[in-house]
Design a protein around this ligand. Structure first.
Ligand SMILES: Cc1ncc(COP(=O)(O)O)c(C=O)c1O
Length: 416
């Protein structure tokens, strides 16, 4: 994310951007909605809603196998979305872009089709202590299947990976490194380029879980040099139920299919089936056509706004929010990494995060409370849960003011 450079967020037309998102203009409990739960899922711009409407009202058809106009339109839109994804993450080829349900499915695909056939008893999968459960549990399953072992690189008190400790854990037994690009619980940006360099020096492949990165930073898979990159559409202003697995072509080529059925085959007889070419080998059955088209529209939207402008705006918001919340007595922010995106995870003395979230909701403020599917991170900081406010390109300083005011109200209520 350091490659984003500095762009003044004054170049950013926040009001125009907010107008693009219909959901932001509603009241909740009689108060204007302040949506600060973007790490869970983002709101959708009109461009995405319109793309879905267009597909379902005019172009609805199945892809790849029709000779009629609607099928041709649907196929062009679906494959067009793949090209948009390819350009957005700078993959070498559209053959490297596999549509899946989301980051979770992408990681499970790599576990089942890449790791499982290769990994032997005694091998190790190296992850970080910052991972979301979806980049922990698949590797525990793999360990059960193969007799391999999960190895975890620790983080420091700021929530940063201790890179020397990470390197110390790379061993001749390490079969794969799997790390988040950005932590969902703390917002830490991981030194992915360095991680990949260290792993590749030892010929170890690297999977990057980019679920929390794509909406906030430019992702260039060639520059990162990673072998796999996983993300979900719904966290980058696209529909739910669609996501992407990027994989290096030569690796995907050598992997068996993840699921079997229609569309992933070239020919089928009862004696023998041959598989389709990339990426279709990994897209069994009717895909989430509308979802892919919506995701394409979302990435085009993000590109139009400009990822550098977005990052600059969010950086300014994060600095502002950090200062505001740090000034509240009895509130502690978890995750103070130097490289961080817009996540404010915090605990308030004497108030359970669930109560914080419930009171904030009465003010129309949507935050997430709980362990954020990252229980080991909570354990590391010895808390059961946090309240998390997570930012996106449409958030404003006024919304952070509302959050701070809401927290004061929480403290008053619970002090009584
Ligand atoms: C870092 C990270 N990885 C993976 C996931 C899983 O994403 P999904 O549930 O969309 O598959 C999430 C979702 O919160 C996440 O934050």
């Amino acid at each position: 994310m350091s490659a984003l450079g500095m762009v003044k967020s004054s170049e950013f037309d926040l009001l125009a951007i907010r107008r693009d998102f219909p959901a932001l203009h509603q009241k909740v409990h009689g108060k204007p909605l302040v949506y600060l739960d973007n790490a869970a899922t983002t709101q959708k711009p009109k461009a995405v809603i319109d793309a879905l409407l267009q597909f379902y009202s005019l172009d609805c058809s199945n892809v790849h196998r029709g000779v009629h106009v609607l099928s041709d339109r649907a196929t062009k839109a679906y494959e067009g979305a793949r090209m948009t994804v390819k350009q957005f993450i700078n993959a070498r080829s559209e053959r490297e872009i596999v549509f899946v349900r989301g980051a979770t499915e992408a990681i499970n695909l790599v576990m089942n089709s890449f790791a499982r056939p290769r990994v032997k008893s005694g091998d190790e999968i190296l992850i970080s202590a910052l991972e979301h459960h979806s980049n922990i549990v698949p590797w525990q399953l793999l360990a059960e299947y193969t007799g391999s072992r999960l190895v975890v690189a620790p983080i420091n008190d700021a929530g940063e990976l201790i890179i020397e400790e990470f390197e110390r854990r790379l061993s001749p037994q390490t079969a794969l490194v799997a790390v988040a690009h950005v932590s969902n619980a703390l917002g830490t940006v991981m030194p992915v380029r360095e991680i990949v360099r260290m792993a590749h020096e030892r010929n170890i492949p690297v999977l990057v879980d980019g679920a929390q990165a794509v909406a906030h930073a430019g992702v260039d898979v060639q520059e990162l040099d990673c072998d796999f990159y996983a993300f979900s559409g719904h966290k980058v202003f696209g529909p739910t139920g669609i996501g992407v697995l990027y994989g290096r072509e030569e690796l995907l080529d050598g992997m068996p299919p993840y699921q079997a059925g229609g569309d992933m085959i070239r020919s089928v007889t009862f004696e023998k089936t041959t598989y389709n070419e990339l990426p279709y080998k990994f897209e069994a059955g009717t895909p989430h056509i509308a979802g892919a088209i919506g995701l394409g529209a979302a990435l085009e939207y993000v590109s139009r706004v400009g990822i550098r402008r977005t990052a600059a705006h969010e950086r300014e918001l994060l600095a502002y929010g950090t200062e505001l919340l740090s000034a509240i007595p009895g509130l502690r922010i978890l995750g103070t990494a130097r490289e961080k995106v817009g996540v404010l995870s915090f605990v308030v003395d004497g108030v359970h995060p669930h109560d914080v979230g419930t009171v904030l909701d009465r003010d129309g403020i949507a935050v997430r409370t709980g362990h954020h599917c990252a229980q080991p991170v909570m354990n590391r900081f010895a808390v059961p849960a946090t309240t998390r406010a997570s930012l996106a390109l449409y958030n404003s300083k006024a919304e952070l003011d509302a959050l701070a005011k809401g927290i004061h109200r929480v403290q008053k209520l619970f002090a009584a």
